[in-house]
Design a protein around this ligand. Sequence first.
Ligand SMILES: [Zn+2]
Length: 289
Amino acid sequence: MRRKLLLSTVSALAAIVSAVPAGQQGDWTEPFPPFRIADNLYYVGSKGLANYLVTTQQGHILINSDLEANVPMIRESVEKLGYKFSDVKILLISHAHWDHDAGSAMIKQITGASYMVMEADVPVVESGGKSDFQYGSSTGSLYPPAKVDRVLHDGDEVKLGGAVLVAHLTPGHTKGCTTWTMKVKDGGKTYDAVIIGSPNVNPGYKLVDNKLYPGIAEDYERTFRVLKALPCDYFLGAHGSYFDMETKYARLKQGGASPFIDPDGYKSYVSEREQAFRKELAKQKGADR
Ligand SMILES: [Zn+2]
């Protein structure tokens, strides 16, 4: 009787687990309508994973490749906006985690895009996630390796057809985590757009005595210094949840000023994430004594 109960519990758990594959969250592969954020900057991501398309006369820049399962969705979004997926000339990422870079090899193959990645994330993307300090040996986090065509460093510019994106090294979440900034024009004004790479300390991250990432806490410190210093009008990030994408998208239709212009939302998000980091660091330092 007891054994039977245990078995049914196990199979019920297996059913829950199989609904969402290892290393994934439900809304990551849920389609979302593509839309114009401002100027030549578009949202082409799913509900849970953010992708940005910067269009120019000389081809386009795509930020993030997501899971391999997302690639057909990204392509469809680009085409719905009236652009050709094959015109994507440059592929960038927010950081070297599978939910932002697993589809890179596939996108490179389809479009022939040049893949540009921050130096410290290069070994991770080129090993298909195997050299990641946290997730390198968890199978649900691995993906097809992709060759990097240009190695980026802090402050480097990525230019195409008049568009200029600046790569800011905001490490900690990954060693080469990148926050992208660009100028966008709207209604005759120029604005600063910031696409946050990730300020988050994931469950299980060791901030103290991390043998595979010795400088992790100092790197997070740097990230918060950088994020607090960046001028921001359009507040964006690697996941829509960072900037409440769904609520703001619903408000877009009401007209008026863009809901994505949210400097206060940016400041409070960064400050809240910094506090979360400090709390976790204090907790781990306390446990260390
Ligand atoms: Zn991540």
